[in-house]
Write a protein that binds this ligand. Structure first.
Ligand code: C2E
Ligand code: CA
Ligand code: CA
Length: 337
């Protein structure tokens, strides 16, 4: 514990690098041999659990391994195992949430993943996406989502857009532009109907690599949207470094419209940015008529939220997209009348 304290104190000081003061973060997880475990794999996994706790407790601290951390870790591993088989056994599905322009016409749908676990019921993506990211499963899961969403959208009579969320991990592993290219060819979806949603964290990891991948994606003809805008660092240099097609105002701002006067100024500023940079602005999480009116008056181009429509299996929006299955269904019903 003394050593950990000394390490933390030493690292906490800024380093002088060519006249610039740089800081490095340090979190420490500790486990004991032979009290906590006797084999290398278990010791490393204990240390990892303690490190995860140190990070969760705000970083820059050390934590000792405790047995209940192990239980949490085992639960996480079980979830990971289940997720692996869920992908194979068809427990995952996509729901689709409509996006409208200010005249109320549907201009697109966002594909959102759902996991219907055989014992635990519905598990929200906020719970299993991080597990998928940490285990690397997100790469195959993301590929499945992309293929499924493109295949679905390609079958619609109306050529509305389809938004697909990408994880930063998909940028770090594999060849994303080749994958997207292959899926577009395979499904026959017109590239300009596909909109890939990314968050700033993609750029934050490795700006030059990420922007080169984004440029290759864009050269395929697909659109790129910056999701959750306003929640992270929202460095304006990201907007300068890559020509996004769209900025999505995060739902946390939309939810504050009636409650916080500062929010109004922030939304106004984002809309102004979009106008100046020729990027479309979509607001997500629109739940009330007041929010809808405000956002339309401010000049948002598009809206998404429970007020307009909740995420549902595509069957619920069959008429809106002109889905062949639905039309076949209607025809069949007519025939049996
Ligand atoms: P997101 O990309 O910001 O997606 C929007 C979330 O807001 C969705 O939550 C949606 O159901 C919810 N939402 C939509 N309208 C409203 C509204 O009016 N009010 C409120 N309170 N919420 C609204 P969901 O489906 O639980 O997804 C959560 C997050 O999980 C997504 O946030 C996204 O980051 C991630 N996610 C979902 N599907 C995928 C996927 O296929 N791949 C990846 N990498 N991430 C995904
Ligand atoms: Ca999204
Ligand atoms: Ca979002």
């Amino acid at each position: 514990m003394e050593l950990a304290d000394r390490l933390l104190a030493t690292i906490a000081d800024a380093f002088d690098v060519e006249g610039r003061a740089l800081r490095v973060g340090l979190s420490i997880g500790i486990t004991f041999f032979p009290d906590d475990a006797t084999d290398v794999a278990a010791l490393l996994s204990n240390a990892r659990a303690a490190l995860d706790r140190a990070r969760a407790d705000g970083r820059g601290v050390f934590r000792m391994f405790e047995a209940n951390m192990d239980r949490k870790l085992r639960e996480r591993r079980a979830l990971e195992q289940d997720l692996r088989s869920a992908l194979a056994s068809g427990e995952l599905r996509l729901h689709y949430q409509p996006q409208v322009n200010v005249s109320g016409e549907i201009v697109g749908f966002e594909a959102l993943i759902r996991w219907c676990h055989k014992e635990r019921g519905t598990i929200p993506p906020a719970e299993f996406i991080p597990v998928a990211e940490e285990s690397g499963l997100i790469v195959s899961l993301g590929e499945w989502v992309l293929r499924q969403a493109c295949r679905e959208a390609a079958s619609w009579a109306k050529s509305v857009q389809i938004g697909v969320n990408l994880s930063p991990v998909q940028f770090r592993q594999g060849d994303l532009p080749s994958l997207v290219h292959q899926i577009l060819l395979e499904t026959g979806l017109n590239p300009n109907r596909l909109e890939l949603e990314i968050t700033e964290s993609v750029l934050f990891d490795d700006l030059s690599r990420a922007s080169s991948i984004l440029r290759r994606l864009k050269s395929l003809g697909v659109k790129i949207a910056l999701d959750d805008f306003g929640t992270g660092y929202s460095s304006l240099s990201y907007l300068q470094s890559f020509p996004f097609d769209k900025i999505k105002i995060d739902k946390s701002f939309v939810g504050m419209i009636q409650k916080n006067p500062q929010t109004v100024a922030i939304i106004r500023a984002i809309v102004g940015l979009g106008r100046g940079l020729s990027m479309d602005i979509i607001a997500e999480g629109v739940e009330t008529l007041e929010q809808l009116t405000f956002l339309s008056e401010e000049g948002c181009h598009a809206l998404q939220g429970y007020l307009i429509g909740r995420p549902h299996p595509i069957e619920a929006y069959a008429d809106e997209v002109g889905r062949p299955a639905a039309m076949a269904g209607i025809a069949a019903r007519r025939r049996t009348r």
